[in-house]
Design a protein around this ligand. Structure first.
Ligand SMILES: N[C@@H](CCC(=O)N[C@@H](CS)C(=O)NCC(=O)O)C(=O)O
Length: 204
């Protein structure tokens, strides 16, 4: 398998999950600063011009949540998804929320051009981002995160996802220490070899 990723992006959640699952995968760094994600060579891999994209023997897969589940399906022995249907759905509840709400709110800070053409509209969206990101943090802190991991003591796919996207909070103007469970979750994640590996490789 070959994973296309860029530093600090949501694709790093896949690298953490691959390490947790002990699955081999070639990593291909896409240079966002050079605009590689917009070039025809990359658009042939992912027409959305986004990472992650995973090349498998059967074809190409995109979308973080789908890829995380694929990693679990390839290595069920790693136990990255709970067997209990309710717990598994609780895990996916956070994953869908991160994809549909957290990531989209975050993108309003630096990618206003996706939603509006006027410069003042972009500025308005940028200014709103700290508020919407704080609302996301409060929702997760108060309703979803059991601690130390999402589901309590057991690590699951959603933790890799939450760790990476909560790494963007500082840049979004949000102080994670305002959310004690989220801050403790990040500290706990930073004890795991998978996370220490991506940190030591300066991917985050
Ligand atoms: N819904 C996609 C979103 C992927 C996405 O937006 N990735 C960002 C990085 S976090 C990206 O590739 N952006 C391209 C760009 O900024 O040009 C997923 O969850 O995988």
């Amino acid at each position: 398998m070959k994973l296309y990723y860029a530093d600090t992006t949501v694709a790093i959640a896949l690298i953490i999950a691959l390490k947790e699952a002990k699955l081999p995968c070639d990593l291909v760094r896409v240079d966002f600063a050079a605009g590689e994600q917009t070039r025809p060579e990359f658009l042939a891999i992912n027409p959305k011009g986004r990472v992650p994209a995973l090349v498998t023997k059967q074809g190409i897969l995109t979308e973080t949540g789908a890829l995380l589940d694929y990693i679990h399906a390839l290595a069920p022995e790693a136990g990255l998804v709970p067997d209990d249907p309710f717990q598994a759905a609780k895990m996916r509840e956070l994953m869908y929320y991160l994809a549909s709400t957290w990531h989209v709110n975050h993108a309003h800070k630096g990618h206003g051009e996706r939603w509006a053409d006027k410069k003042e509209s972009h500025e308005d969206m940028r200014l709103k981002a700290p508020e919407t990101m704080r609302a996301c943090c409060a929702y997760i802190e108060e309703n979803l995160l059991k601690g130390p991991f999402l589901l309590g003591d057991r690590f699951s796919l959603a933790d890799a996802y939450l760790y990476v996207v909560s790494g963007w909070l500082k840049g979004d103007g949000v102080d994670v220490s305002d959310y004690p469970k989220l801050a403790a979750f990040r500290t706990e994640m930073e004890k795991r070899p998978s996370v220490l590996a991506v940190l030591s490789e300066n991917m985050m």
